[in-house]
Design a binder for this molecule. Sequence first.
Ligand SMILES: *Cc1c(COP(=O)(O)O)cnc(C)c1O
Length: 362
Amino acid sequence: MTQVFNFSAGPAVLPKEVLQQAASEMLDWHGSGMSVMEMSHRGPEFISIYEQAEADLRELLAVPANYKILFMQGGGLGQNSLVPLNLAGRTSQPATIDFVHTGSWSGKSVKEAARYAKVNVAASSEANGFTSVPPQDTWTLSQDAAYLHVCTNETIDGVEFNFVPTVQGATPVVADMSSHILSRTIDVSKYGVIFAGAQKNIGPAGLTLLIVREDLLDHALPICPGGFNWRAVADADSMLNTPPTYAIYIAGLVFAHLKRLGGVAAMEQRNIEKARLLYAALDADDFYRNRVAPDSRSRMNVPFYLRDESLNDKFLAGAKARGLLQLKGHKSVGGMRASIYNAMPIEGVQALVDYLNEFAGR
Ligand SMILES: *Cc1c(COP(=O)(O)O)cnc(C)c1O
C-alpha cells in the first residue's frame, strides 16, 4: 500500500488501526453476518455500538451527568442555524446573541444567527486579519444575551483559544469545537453547548456531535424544525429518525482507539509536541511565514505562506512526490495549510519538517 501523510483539513486522516478494524468487520460485524451499514438502528447490535460510543466519549471528555450527548446530522454549518433556533428562546424576544469573531467560521455563524436574532459582535480580530483571539477583557458582552458563541479553533485561519471564555451571570457559552475536539483536555462544565462536525478529529463526514447541558434543551424558537429540536433528539437518544449509523460506528472505533492511547490528556501531549516541531521549522527563518500571534496559534491547523509565492506550485508538487498530501491552503486565504489532527502521527510532522527544511535549502 502507498504510504502517505495526509494533511487535509477535513475530511481528514483517520487512525490506520481504526480503518483496518473497520475493513475486517465490513462484511460481518462480530459474527452477526451483517455489515454495520445494513443493521437496523433499533436492533440490539447497533444499540450496543451506539451505547459504547456514547459511554466512551463521555469518559474521554469527562462529560458531566447533566449533559446530553447528541449524534446529529447537518454538519457544523447546520448548527449555525440550529443553535439559534434551539437557544434564542432562552430570553425575551427579540433575543440578542453575543459573538466573538475570530475568523471564517465564527463569521459564518454570525451571519446565519442574524436571521433569527439580534447579533452583537462582542469582539473581533478582523482588523488584524484574524491573527489572534481578542483578550477577554476587551469584549463588550450584552447584559442579557441568549448565549455567547465562540469558535475555539478557527480551522481556516489557524487561530485557537488558549483560555476558556467566562461570562457574567447565566449566559451559556456555545463553542464550535469542530476542528479541535478531543485534541486537548477541556472542562465541559464551563460550556452550555459544544458542537463539532465529525470529519476533522472524530470520524467520517455526515455526523455532527453535540454536548448540551440539560437545562438548555428547552429554549427552541417555535419555528425550529421538529427533526432538529434538541429536546426531541435527546429524548429519543438521537434516534428520532435514522441516525448516521456507520459514521457513529467509526466514531466509536476512534473513541476506543483514543482510550487505548491514554485518552485526551495523552493526545494533548502529542499534539503539543507535533505543533512545536512544525512551528519551529516555519519560524526558523523568513522563508516561510505563519502570521498568527504565538499565543493564539492552533495546534491542529497550521496555515503558512512561502515568502516567494511564485514557488507555491513547485512546493506542492515536491510535497506530493514525497507522499505529503493536501497541503494547499484554503481558497479564501491562499498559501499552505498543514492540518495535524490527532490521527497525524509525529512521523508525518517530522517528514513535513524535513521537506520544509530541504525546500528552503537549509
Ligand atoms: C469544518 C468546520 C465547520 C463546518 O463543518 P461542516 O460539517 O462542513 O458543516 C464548522 N466549524 C468549524 C470550526 C469547522 O472547522
